[in-house]
Design a protein around this ligand. Structure first.
Ligand code: F6P
Ligand code: MN
Length: 335
């Protein structure tokens, strides 16, 4: 093994050195998130051996049945972050209201929003899951209310996700490109392995849950019909399809070999404009995808420009290779 390896800590400290007012708080915050993710990685990896699989027989704020690991991973994130003095508050997919910093700890200048275990329907079948996070600045000294979290994705200072797959990987942006780090389990450090990730502009792979086809709107139907028609259709080439049912895994694949992911608006339930959540799924992924040269949209609006109206707001989500997403946006405009 080469001795030229760059650890995540070194990478972040070197990036922060370039910023005039950096105080080290951000480095500490990221370090705490990463520590939590290493603990989660360990639990996910041990699985049935430590009795963490299966349902918790409770529901979260979205009305979804919680897995034991949804609750365990949420607790790990909260406990790793609440004491640090770097946060004004947190918000989690698993908790209805913003999570306050306990009185005994100082409050800091950032807010973190997270999905502690994305793709958790995959957990019992030993498929890839992940943790997604988004970091915003917070006015110092305030006790943040829900409104303080409801900021556009363009205001994110950092977004990332950790993938618990065959390797545990962290993908990160602070607005200066996207980098990937692989956890060296023996030394417990994330090592820079994927520098400046860029999504290929052209691709011939799509990801969508085809079982919802009858509920899609015409622009999405048209796009997928044309892909499925392959060489014989208007696109004149064959497409491949993937669906992992784990957003982290789909985004990671797209970062590496291009393609599009769609969880579009559909007509199943008028109270739900989409399935995925803006604040801790769509926004962080949009920041990463755009930083890697891709696009991320509802079909009609850029995700990062949306003005949020609630912490658990759902949005249609279409992301991936630039040329394909531009085509899908054009189909929506022609609709
Ligand atoms: O967090 C929601 C999520 O699990 C995503 O990770 C994934 O992309 C999607 O839901 C899967 O949806 P479905 O169950 O409809 O396939
Ligand atoms: Mn999720």
């Amino acid at each position: 093994m080469s001795n030229q390896q760059v650890t995540l800590t070194q990478f972040i400290i070197e990036q922060q050195r370039g910023l005039p007012d950096a105080s080290g708080t951000f480095t500490l915050l990221l370090n705490n998130i990463v520590t939590a993710c290493k603990q989660i990685s360990h639990r996910v990896n041990c699985g049935a051996l430590i009795g963490v699989l299966g349902s918790a027989e409770s529901e979260n704020v979205q009305g979804e049945v919680q897995k034991k690991l949804d609750i365990i991973t949420n607790d790990i994130m909260v406990k790793a972050l609440d004491w640090s003095g770097s946060l004004g508050g947190m918000a989690s997919e698993e908790i209805n209201d913003p999570i306050k910093i306990p009185k005994q700890y100082p409050k800091g200048k950032y807010l973190v929003l997270f999905d502690p275990l994305d793709g958790s329907s995959n957990i019992d079948i030993n498929m890839t899951v992940g943790t997604i996070f988004s970091i915003l600045r917070c006015r110092e000294g305030i006790e943040p209310e829900t409104e303080d979290f409801l900021r556009r994705g363009t205001e994110q200072v950092c977004a990332g996700f950790v993938l618990y797959g065959p390797s545990t990987m962290l993908v990160l942006t602070t607005g200066n490109g996207v980098n990937g780090f692989t956890l060296d389990q023996d030394v417990g450090e994330f090592i820079l392995t994927h520098c400046n990730m860029k999504i290929p502009e052209e691709s011939s792979e799509f990801a969508i849950n085809m079982s919802n086809q009858r509920f899609w709107e015409p622009p999405v139907k048209r796009y997928i019909d044309e892909c499925v028609a392959g060489e014989d259709g208007p696109r004149g080439k064959n497409f491949n399809m993937r669906w992992v049912a784990s957003l982290v895994a789909e985004v990671y694949r797209i970062l590496n070999r291009g393609g599009v992911f769609l969880y579009p608006h559909d007509l199943r339930d008028p109270s739900k404009p989409g399935k995925l959540r803006l604040m801790y799924e769509a926004n962080p992924m949009a920041f990463i995808i755009e930083q890697a040269g891709g696009l991320c949209t509802t079909g009609r609006e850029r995700i990062l420009d949306l003005k949020p109206n609630s912490i658990h707001q759902r949005v249609p989500l279409i992301l991936g290779s630039k040329n394909e997403v531009e085509r899908i946006i054009a189909y929506h405009q022609q609709d």
